[in-house]
Design a protein around this ligand. Structure first.
Ligand SMILES: NC(=O)c1ccc[n+]([C@@H]2O[C@H](COP(=O)([O-])OP(=O)(O)OC[C@H]3O[C@@H](n4cnc5c(N)ncnc54)[C@H](O)[C@@H]3O)[C@@H](O)[C@H]2O)c1
Length: 269
């Protein structure tokens, strides 16, 4: 499939070239499907090679778009650089990036006692910060450098969380990593403004993805998540992909440094 043909596909992201980290699962995967539907060519990058390769093939044939995949560990600087190079080799340029690779902090404390900062193991703390915060910085840095060098602007979208603004006992490292992503997004938005690069984030509430599967299977966990959400239900991945679509598209041309919170009204009720 030639890129000339690709550019003819209609859609809100027609002809756009977009890298998605964490594209093998959950929200990254939902973004990939939604963006391909809107005419984008994609490059997925993820720690999970098997799921990532399968997703890329499936999306390419379903939407007739160009979809590549590479292994990526966002905690490794060289791995991030290699993934962005591979995306550029495959797509020729990047107009956008969604940094969705991430992990939760649930289950880090295996002592059976209630998890708090006081008994959080350092290795577990560092792992979450490395993946969720440093991984986003490395991704935005590598893609941002390419966009600045190319000189035609671009859009970066980072997956933060509503946990950036609500304190979840037992998940300090997760909350802190996501609050960091919100501020990283704001600082980078200012730094890249003059290059025509917009940087925004999304802070979902509780969404039905593999990340929340264990909590959803536990009736108490599900009730807790639903109880915190004024809409009284968990979100679907497509509801986050639609927010990402808006931020990636020209429809949000006056928006930068912003975090959009599709969360069923968590901050309101
Ligand atoms: N699901 C939710 O309720 C929710 C809510 C708020 C924010 N988020 C955030 O959205 C993002 C996506 O979450 P999800 O629900 O799709 O989770 P998920 O577990 O379904 O997908 C996460 C993906 O990231 C990949 N990944 C993990 N570590 C990686 C690493 N070191 N390098 C590269 N890839 C790595 C995994 O292999 C997986 O494919 C995360 O940043 C998460 O914190 C999710």
């Amino acid at each position: 499939m030639t890129s000339a043909h690709q550019d003819l596909r209609p859609g809100r992201l027609s002809g756009k070239k977009i890298l998605i980290t964490g594209g093998a699962s959950g929200l990254g995967l939902a973004c990939a499907e939604r963006f391909a539907e809107e005419g984008a060519d994609l490059y997925l990058a993820d720690l999970n090679r098997e799921a990532g390769e399968a997703a890329a093939q499936r999306i390419a044939s379903r939407f007739n778009s160009q979809v590549g995949f590479t292994f990526l560990d966002v905690t490794q600087e060289s791995s991030v650089e290699a993934a962005v190079s591979a995306a550029l080799d495959a797509l020729g340029r990047l107009d956008g990036c969604v940094a969705s690779a991430g992990i939760s902090s649930a289950g880090l404390n295996e002592t059976g006692s209630e998890k708090t900062v006081l008994n959080t193991p350092l290795a577990g703390w560092q792992k979450v910060i490395d993946v969720n915060l440093t991984g986003v910085m490395l991704t935005c840095r590598a893609v941002g450098r390419h966009m600045v060098e190319r000189g035609e602007g671009g859009v970066l979208v980072n997956l933060a969380s509503s946990a950036a603004r609500i304190a979840l006992p037992g998940a300090a490292e997760y909350c802190v990593s996501k609050a960091g992503v919100v501020m990283l997004t704001q600082v980078m938005a200012m730094e890249l403004l003059s290059h025509g690069i917009r940087v925004n984030a999304i802070g979902p509430g509780f969404i039905e993805t593999p990340m929340t599967a264990a909590m959803r299977e536990d009736p108490e966990g599900r009730a807790r998540m639903e109880g915190m959400t004024p809409m009284g239900r968990l979100g679907q991945p497509i509801e986050i992909a639609n927010a990402a679509l808006y931020l990636l598209s020209e429809e949000s041309s006056y928006t930068t440094g912003h975090t959009l919170y599709p969360n069923g009204g968590i901050f309101v009720g």
